[in-house]
Write a new protein. Structure first.
Length: 642
């Protein structure tokens, strides 16, 4: 084994020997690339730009059969690093033990007593354990399913850490939530439910705050206990956030943490990872930690422990593991990261059973039937004539038009606008027969048959003094159905992309998402119906305390959003005697029948994946319309016409 010396300089280490040329070119190239080494007359200078550099250098050269002779400073640094590594290993084992129900009874009792004193909400057993795990770890991921109460877990841990002496190294007194605008209201409401007091809160996104006012806030000595900002909002606030984090004891929470899964240098991910070391506590919240594969985990765990290499695989290796579900490295990966995350599954929540009512089949009127059959015949022909295995934007556009014809033919008179870019499948591209039929449909002011059936169902529910959420995919359907209910004497409100989110500077008279949800929960509410779009509100809102009925006026092939929408009214906190009803309106002999079958398959697949895996992969469901959907649509058409 060759010997090389390490001498400590002011800002670098000098690697040298009697004959530095003994280092082969490949090793020198690696040292330059991985350690930013610079060749000098005396040897190789390696910058001290990483506190672990001496340890990493020693490990690398040892593998190359090169022994390092360290000077006193380098030796002392290495000893400290190895001791720190041993301490972190012991810490990791304890964190893992906690989630495996092996806790220090005395410490856990102190934690519970603190929560009893500072939290008015009682956490259920697994929530309590998750909060204790987070309080102990200070930095952790929570991958629990929607409706498991992840927000309460964070507030439970925060209440304990905030109760510590101000000189304690774990003490925190501020929470910074980075998340979608739709999450802001729930964070404020849950704070009040957990602590029994209205939070001192500052929203920094979704309103009219100028850059100067944002800067003034972050540099203030009197910042709020709870600060809320969107992922987009942090990009231009990096310097201000750095000051805020350096001068306060802050726990950063990334809610719906999909935005930092980008490993290709995305500006949001980059900003968050640069801010991470400045926080006293770091929390990841997402029910889908790896929607596109194990590579998604990389930034999540880099955020919670910026100075540790928790994932010992390259991105390419993680991609290989995603492609091969039986890769033995997968279990090793999960074992490596298991101390740093918790996951509560739906079966752990003890929810009452839900009622999946048989689909309500709605016949088309004669004009709608003609419109649908013209469009269906042309669409199926185009799908069959082209490669079924290829799902391009034009195929998606045709299928969306077919869904619109089955639900609300008025949609065919408008641009498609539903996530299809660069495709012109507007009314002007339709043939003359279809255009004339649509004109006739509009001239007669026809009511889509689904509207009438939904109205009768809603009237029946209201007579029983029940509330209901109606899910619709398309904006025109949401607005048109709202008008139809109002014309029939039923008060209702809309939750979709146009609904404003509460923010500073917004006129008090503006009807916001938060105001609508708050009133909906009130016994004195003037309306009992909300019409919602799953693209806008499938995540972050909870309606289970007020509403136990969901009507699906429209659905598409998107299994993930469909399941998320169902979770809005079937969550932890329901009494065991609560009956949650789902009603599905399906247009007879239409694509709706195929959508119903495919969504049942996708939901069952999602349940199997989420309930049987600690890190569920959802890349199988990441396409709104996939080739299996197209195949099922064609097969359904053949069955009907054979």
């Amino acid at each position: 084994m060759e010997n090389f010396k390490i001498n400590s300089l002011k800002e670098s280490y000098l690697l040298s020997s009697k004959d530095t040329k003994k280092l082969n070119k490949r090793i020198i190239f690696h040292l330059k690339r991985a350690f930013d080494a610079i060749e000098t007359e005396k040897g190789l200078e390696i910058p001290k730009n990483n506190e672990n550099v001496i340890s990493e250098l020693n490990d690398y050269l040892s593998k190359k059969q090169i022994s390092l002779l360290l000077d006193t400073e380098a030796d002392h640094t290495l000893v400290n690093l190895y001791q720190e590594e041993m301490n972190f290993k012991e810490f990791s084992n304890k964190a893992k033990d906690i989630w495996n129900r092996d806790v220090n009874e005395e410490d856990f009792q102190k934690f519970c007593e603190s929560l009893n004193e500072n939290l008015v909400r009682t956490l259920y057993p697994l929530q309590l354990l998750a909060a204790y795990h987070l309080a102990f770890s200070q930095n952790a991921c929570n991958f629990s399913v929607p409706g498991a109460g992840k927000t309460s877990v964070v507030y439970g841990a925060y209440s304990y850490l905030n109760s510590l002496d101000i000189t304690h190294k774990q003490f925190v007194n501020k929470v910074l939530v980075i998340g979608p605008l739709s999450s802001f209201g729930p964070w404020e409401n849950e704070f009040k439910d957990c602590f029994g007091r209205t939070p001192e809160v500052k929203r920094l996104s979704g309103g009219n705050l100028s850059s100067e006012l944002r800067k003034r806030y972050f540099f203030s000595r009197d910042t709020a206990e709870l600060t809320l900002i969107s992922y987009q909002g942090i990009i231009n606030q990096k310097k201000n956030l750095e000051f805020f984090l350096k001068n306060n004891d802050v726990m950063i929470v990334l809610d719906e943490a999909h935005k930092i899964k980008n490993t290709d240098g995305g500006s949001i991910a980059e900003t968050i990872l640069e801010l991470a070391p400045l926080a006293k506590g770091r929390v990841i919240l997402t029910g889908t930690p790896a929607p596109n594969g194990y590579r998604d985990l990389y930034n999540l765990f880099k955020f919670i422990w910026p100075n540790k290499e928790l994932i010992n695989y390259s991105l390419n290796q993680l991609d290989d593991m995603t492609e091969n579900p039986r890769d033995p490295r997968i279990q090793l990966l999960i074992d490596d990261i298991s101390p740093y995350f918790v996951r509560i599954k739906k079966k752990d929540l003890g929810l009452p059973d839900k009622v999946e009512n048989p689909p309500i089949v709605v016949p088309m009127d004669s004009t709608q039937k003609l419109i649908y059959e013209i469009l269906e015949q042309k669409t199926i022909k185009d799908l069959v004539d082209n490669d079924v295995g290829l799902v391009d934007e034009f195929k998606k556009a045709k299928i969306i038009r077919l869904m619109q014809a089955a639900s609300n033919p008025y949609l065919l008179l408008k641009p498609i606008q539903e996530g299809i870019s660069g495709v012109d499948y507007s009314p002007k591209t339709f043939d003359e027969e279809l255009i004339n039929t649509l004109i006739n449909y509009e001239r007669t002011n026809s009511i889509p048959p689904k509207f009438d059936v939904a109205l009768k169902l809603i009237q029946d529910l209201i007579r029983r003094d029940e509330k209901v959420i109606v899910w619709a995919i398309y904006i025109d359907t949401v607005e048109r159905f709202s008008d139809y209910l109002l014309e029939n004497g039923i008060e209702c409100k809309i939750l979709y992309g146009k609904t404003k989110v509460e923010s500073e500077g917004l006129d008090e008279a503006v009807e916001t998402r938060e105001k609508i949800i708050k009133e909906f929960h009130s016994d004195e509410s003037e309306f009992k119906v909300i019409i919602a779009n799953p693209f806008a509100v499938a995540e972050s809102i909870s309606l289970h305390k007020a509403c136990h009925n969901a009507i699906y006026l429209e659905r598409n092939f998107d299994g993930a959003r469909y399941v998320q929408s169902k979770d809005r009214i079937h969550r932890y906190g329901l009494g065991m005697d609560t009956i949650t009803n789902y009603y599905y309106l399906i247009t007879e002999n239409s694509i709706d029948e195929v959508i119903d079958e495919r969504l049942i398959e996708k939901e069952n697949l999602m349940i199997r994946v989420t309930e049987n895996s600690d890190i569920p992969l959802f890349q199988i469901l990441d396409e709104e319309i996939d080739k299996s959907d197209i195949k099922a649509l064609i097969e359904n058409y053949v069955r009907k016409n054979s």
